[in-house]
Structure formats: C-alpha cells, structure tokens
Design a protein around this ligand. Structure first.
Ligand SMILES: [Zn+2]
Length: 93
C-alpha cells in the first residue's frame, strides 16, 4: 500500500494496487506530485530541471521527476529531431 499526496491541494489517495518497482521508485523520488483535479494541473507546474509523467494506474496523477543527464539528453535530442522535421516541412512550402 502506498499513499500519494498532492503537493498543490494536499489531497491524499491510498493506492492499494501493487506498484511495479519503476513506478514505486519514481513516486519515492519525486520533485512534485499532483492529483487529477483540474485546479492542481500538474502538467502546467513549472519545476526547473525536471520532467513530468502521468500515470493512469491511480487516476490521472502527475509525477514530477528530477531529470538526470541521460533523460535530459534524450529529451533534447527528440526535440531537435522534431524541430528539424518542422523546419523541413516549412521549407517545402
Ligand atoms: Zn491536488
């Protein structure tokens, strides 16, 4: 059993499901945890140096995780590829 607490409104939810170790670790080492209420809206919270993940296993909770260097690189790479794709699309017009 695990209790998740929203950093915005303080709402606590008891998770009775068994969590896999990845999810469990992420929940333990989070930079922020936001419930699924629209007012809390974890996806628009600004936490520098972090990335956000939404898990559907216990509702629409958003977990803000510290971004390690590897993750940062892959996110940056993905963004670069996306930008290159957009630039290419634009140049065809
Ligand atoms: Zn909340």
């Amino acid at each position: 059993m695990f209790i998740v607490k929203c950093d915005a409104c303080g709402f606590e939810q008891v998770v009775k499901k068994r969590l896999d170790s990845d999810v469990y670790e992420a929940l333990k080492h989070n930079n922020g945890l936001y419930c699924d209420r629209r007012v809390c809206d974890g996806m628009s919270q600004v936490v520098p140096g972090s990335f956000k993940k939404t898990w559907g296993i216990f509702g629409g909770w958003t977990v803000v995780q510290p971004m390690d260097l590897e993750t940062y690189k892959s996110v940056k790479r993905a963004k670069k590829i996306l930008e290159m794709g957009i630039a290419q699309m634009n140049s065809k017009d």
